[in-house]
Design a protein. Structure first.
Length: 405
């Protein structure tokens, strides 16, 4: 796709200071395919070193297991699931299958070996992440961490909301930046399901630096929590439905980060499963039979129809380096607006007192202002954005903060 300089950032500025920034991880902060491939190769080499027979690579077995038992690996979405949610369990089960069916391991020995191999895979993935970062990821996080609100609160909170099982707090170069991480595995369903975002909202609601927003709010009252969320929360992601539409439906501001998905191709169709894998799935399902799960189909078409409407991403960036710039610009714009509104209110009040349209009630309080009716229509006007009545010379609306003609 041809990109012009004007297309680098398509942004709609708002008037709220930024207090929370959440990121999707896979294909937003880093390129997923090469990262996972590097970890898969390291694990295969480890299995080769241990003389483990692998008629099929572990990742292919994972695809077969998921296709045969979607409800096992995406319990809340059930057979309608399009992707696994319990990725850790799926990879370990695939390892166990290779060990038990092709190498004669007992269930106990296979489980112990699978745990060790998975730890090696996880370490390899984390080591591969910095090699596959989007452009300027660390400098972007540094920019955001440096934001301070005009009220003097603590720095902006940074978190991750992901369908994967990565935790940036375990990656040395990312550890210092992330205050919270919510992944689909901990919930049992992936984005755009609201429960994923609600888990993040509940975590943020308890943070000390945001008590001016969530003070005395019942963390179990999800309706009230949703009502509090607004453009002071920015979510950044690559998937239009899972990230942008879902975030906007909750009232968050959103940045569609497209750098790593512009050349995305269709995934390879999975191979037909074998009889032996099928039997293995039945064995796993039998062992999990006592665990009750609630099945819920997530229909992307219905979700789009109900939530998208006329909403769009607040910013679209084709290079990740513009994410930090955009968030800082939003924040500075809001801080400038707040300062201008405060100055305008003081100036307008003084002018109104001098003109006699506002009287000071000295008998009750030196700060109390009593509005007097204007002596003529020309002495007042109405905000073009919210309709509030304003002094005729007001440059900003005291109610909504919008600049006045």
């Amino acid at each position: 796709m041809e990109q012009t300089e004007d297309d680098a950032v398509k942004v709609n500025y708002g008037s709220s200071q930024v207090r929370v920034v959440s990121f999707d991880l896979d294909n937003t902060l880093w390129k997923t395919g090469p990262t996972i491939q590097a970890a898969n190769d390291v694990m295969k080499a480890y299995l080769d070193e241990k003389d483990i027979s692998q008629p099929e690579r572990v990742e292919k077995v994972m695809g077969q297991l998921f296709k045969l038992s979607k409800s096992t690996y995406a319990p809340l979405a059930g057979d309608d699931a399009k992707a696994p949610v319990l990725l850790t369990q799926l990879r370990k089960d695939a390892l166990r299958f290779v060990l038990e069916e092709h190498n004669g391991y007992s269930e106990v020995d296979a489980t112990e070996f699978a745990d060790r191999a998975f730890a090696i895979w996880t370490t390899a993935r984390h080591e591969a992440l910095p090699l596959n970062f989007a452009s300027s990821v660390v400098s972007c996080l540094e920019q955001i961490r440096g934001i301070q609100s005009s009220g003097g609160q603590q720095p902006v909170l940074i978190g991750a909301i992901t369908d994967g099982n990565s935790d940036p707090r375990t990656v040395p170069i990312l550890r210092e930046f992330f205050d919270f991480v919510v992944n689909a595995e901990s919930i049992g369903v992936g984005k755009p399901d609201r429960r994923v975002y609600m888990k993040a909202i509940k975590e943020v609601a308890s943070h000390p630096s945001l008590q001016d927003i969530f003070e005395d709010v019942d963390a179990d009252n999800e309706d009230l929590l949703e009502d509090i969320i607004g453009p002071w929360w920015v979510h950044v992601g690559d998937d239009f439905l899972k990230d942008i539409v879902a975030a906007k439906d909750l009232g968050m501001r959103s940045i569609w980060a497209k750098e790593l998905v512009q050349d995305q191709t269709e995934p390879e169709a999975p191979k037909a499963p074998t009889k032996s894998v099928e039997e293995f799935v039945q064995e796993i399902s039998a062992k999990l039979a006592d665990n009750s799960v609630v099945e819920m189909a997530v229909g992307s078409e219905d979700y789009l129809a109900g939530s998208l409407r006329d909403e769009f991403a607040d910013a679209t960036v084709f290079s990740f380096e513009h994410v930090g710039e955009t968030i800082v610009a939003w924040h500075q714009h809001a801080a400038t607006t707040i300062k201008a509104v405060s100055t305008a209110k003081a100036s307008s009040t003084l002018k109104a007192v001098e003109d006699g349209t506002v009287a000071v009630d000295l008998a009750n309080s030196s700060d109390k202002l009593v509005e007097n009716p204007p002596t003529s229509v020309g002495e007042s006007k109405f905000c073009m954005s919210c309709g509030a009545k304003l002094p005729v010379d007001a440059k900003f609306c005291a109610s909504c903060g919008e600049k006045q003609p």
